[in-house]
Write a protein that binds this ligand. Structure first.
Ligand code: G4P
Length: 299
């Protein structure tokens, strides 16, 4: 099943971001450290391609530290961009970001020529939290600054440092099914666009393969036993262990699914990353193979 979510207002937001970007010196693109490839929206890449960028792998407190480092190395290969990990409780992050942005555009240091920094990313990746952290109490809305629309709010950090807020943007068309699942599991996709049971089954498959220890510990499961079970049976077992029972005695699969997804989102399954650069290489190859097979069958 493929998950797609591109509500109508995002078309308007896309146009507004395109207009704004012309007057921007540095873009801070927030990615979800648990799913950096999935959260690196190609629609935004297209808009910001010629800009100096800082890719902030946010929510790194929830992601697998070693894999986050691998992703940083992966994104650093892009010559126009810096990649760093961060999280909302990192006290050094504000200064680190300010200095990095200033170093990328050293000539924009005055009231007449302020540094203009745009914050972008998919929904729920942490943009507002970061802006609050950057601006703090000094927050000032300056809606009359040119090229600023209601959606693209300009906030003043100092007279020579302006921060532009932008609305969350999703992939216009999600190309690979894994992206839809990963973004939905990370809570970046509207609830009505996905089915929690399918998400939980996908997550169980992934956790069993990559993070079996924290998974069995959380739900008091037996790792040997679950290796021989299908995902649906594991979901039933988690429901039973967690007391998700309907009035007729059946397992409440919806509730069990929500428990697993929420546990992941709140870090209760440990620090988990949903993808690695190597996995992506494999998924893309396999998608290409499927496309070629489908073309052959059509011939
Ligand atoms: P957005 O503007 O990009 O849409 O995201 P926003 O700042 O509103 O943050 C979405 C949620 O993510 C918030 O939690 C926020 O506290 C959390 N968040 C932001 N940055 C970090 C981070 O670095 N680490 C962790 N662990 N959480 C972070 P919320 O309102 O409780 O929503 P949710 O968690 O239930 O989705």
């Amino acid at each position: 099943m493929s998950i797609q979510w591109f509500p109508g207002h995002m078309n308007k937001a896309k146009k507004e971001i395109k207009d704004l970007v012309k007057n921007i010196d540095v873009v801070i693109e927030l990615l979800d450290a648990r799913a950096p490839f999935s959260s690196c929206n190609p629609l935004l890449q297209n808009i910001i391609q010629y800009k100096k960028k800082i890719r902030l792998l946010n929510k790194a407190d929830l992601a697998d530290e070693k894999l986050t480092q691998k992703w940083i190395n992966f994104f650093q290969k892009d010559s126009d961009s810096y990649a760093i990990a961060g999280n909302k409780d990192d006290l050094k992050q504000k200064n680190q970001l300010i200095k990095l942005a200033q170093s990328l555009s050293p000539n924009r240091t005055s009231f007449e020529k302020p540094l203009r920094v745009m914050i972008t990313g998919i929904p729920n990746v942490g943009k507002s939290t970061l802006i609050n952290k950057l601006i703090g109490k000094k927050s000032a809305k300056t809606g009359d600054i040119p090229a600023v629309t209601k959606a693209n709010q300009c906030l003043v950090l100092t007279d020579s440092f302006l921060v532009y807020d932008t609305p969350g943007m999703m992939w216009q068309k999600i190309k690979y099914p894994q992206i839809g699942y990963n973004l939905a599991i990370c809570n970046s996709i509207g609830r009505n666009a996905c089915d929690e049971e399918l998400l939980a089954l996908y997550l169980i498959t992934y956790l069993r393969e990559h993070y079996i220890e924290p998974f069995v510990m959380r739900y008091k499961l037996n790792s040997h036993e679950i290796l021989n079970m299908v995902e649906g049976e594991i979901l039933q077992l988690v429901g039973k262990k967690r007391g998700c029972i309907l009035s007729g005695g059946e397992i409440d699969i919806q509730k069990a699914s929500e428990i697993i997804i929420q546990d992941f989102r709140h870090g209760k399954l440990g620090r988990v990353s949903l993808e690695t650069p190597a996995l992506w290489e494999k998924w893309i190859k396999s998608a290409k193979l499927h496309e070629e097979e489908a073309e052959d069958n059509n011939d």
